[in-house]
Design a protein around this ligand. Structure first.
Ligand code: XMP
Length: 326
């Protein structure tokens, strides 16, 4: 485990200059490790994998093959942004896999939260493995492991799900940010020119919207969730709350309640707003949001999102409630 301990001589990366020195050093190290060979990376669009992708693009260009799996549980606009930033702007070798139907078919009728997580994780490995087999001559697997992943959960980043690749697909690992803390990854990401909404993104669980569309996922409720979440994020941006509130999202439960639409009785879903502040996600408090912002979000969700007739704000701190609903 000696090579999994952050060197004591390593300074904390807090400025663009320190980030640039780290980037230069890593580019040289990556070129020395990889040479002319090929590297595979599961690129989710999260901060860590995006920073690793940007570093590798600078170091070895098209020898990096990025695989972006759209499992249908990403937030609105995320898959498009991955394609725009990495393929169009950075000219990366990016394989975009539309696996939406595959994931949603596998998840149909699966209601238990841990079972849903398992289905999503297992299907991710399967899709990624299929893509890996289509590529010739890959020798390395890059991962966005960061230092807290090593300290907290051993060397393999759990939500990248690559621990489960079969024997004949064992690659040498490339983990250029494994000694960095999250705030340092963000400083490096900024210095690499990644967009702010990618670099300063709030935490997003590996199973994505899958654990926010409660119970057995259906396509219509998933769409209501994605649209309401997009409205929430837009209105948090407009109110200057993004970056001030640690994590915020919507949740759509698997029950309906009554409403009135166009003078007719409706039987539609509620949308729950969840917003929390925390340091380490072990405990969390609920911020006092301006009433006008809550009203605006409510009014927009009720008028713009199909199948919704009620909006609620979850006031429960952690503990007793967890941050996610599942
Ligand atoms: P809870 O709900 O346990 O969440 O209070 C604490 C933090 O962890 C995130 N979370 C997950 N992240 N895979 C992940 O990668 C998961 O299955 C998962 N479940 C919860 C959650 O978003 C919060 O930031």
């Amino acid at each position: 485990m000696a090579d999994n301990k952050r060197p004591e001589s390593m300074v904390r990366i807090t400025t663009p200059e320190l980030a640039q020195a780290f980037i230069d050093e890593q580019i040289a190290a990556l070129r020395a490790q990889i040479g002319e060979r090929k590297v595979l990376l599961a690129l989710s669009g999260g901060v860590d994998s995006s920073v690793v992708a940007a570093l590798l693009i600078k170091a070895v260009g098209k020898q990096l093959v990025c695989v972006h799996v759209n499992h249908g549980l990403l937030r609105k606009g995320e898959p498009e942004q991955v394609v725009e930033v990495f393929r169009n702007q950075m000219d990366a070798n990016l394989v975009y896999v539309d696996a939406v139907d595959r994931f949603l078919d596998k998840l149909a009728g699966v209601a238990e939260p841990e079972a849903k997580r398992k289905v999503i994780g297992a299907e991710f490995i399967r899709v990624f493995e299929e893509e890996a087999r289509k590529q010739d001559g890959i020798e390395f697997l890059a991962q966005g492991t960061i230092y807290p992943d090593i300290i907290e959960s051993g060397p393999v980043k759990a939500h990248h799900n690559v621990g489960g690749l079969p024997e004949d697909l064992q690659f040498e690992l490339v983990e250029p940010v494994k000694f960095l803390f999250k705030d340092e990854v963000r400083v490096v990401g900024k210095a690499l020119g990644l967009p702010d909404n990618m670099v300063f993104r709030q935490p997003f669980p590996g199973p994505g919207l899958g654990v926010r569309c409660l119970g057995a996922i259906t396509r219509d409720r998933l769409e209501a969730l994605r649209e309401s979440d997009a409205i929430l994020r837009e209105e948090f941006d407009n109110a200057g709350l993004t970056g001030k509130v640690w994590q915020f999202f919507t949740v759509v439960p698997d029950f309906r309640s009554t409403g009135v639409k166009n003078n007719l009785r409706a039987y539609d879903w509620p949308v729950i707003i969840r917003a929390v502040n925390t340091v380490d996600a072990m405990t969390a408090t609920v911020p006092e949001l301006p009433w006008s912002v809550l009203e605006k979000i409510t009014q927009r969700i009720l008028s713009e999102v199909d199948g919704v007739c009620r909006v609620l704000y979850d006031l429960s701190p952690k503990p007793v409630a967890t941050i996610e609903w599942e």
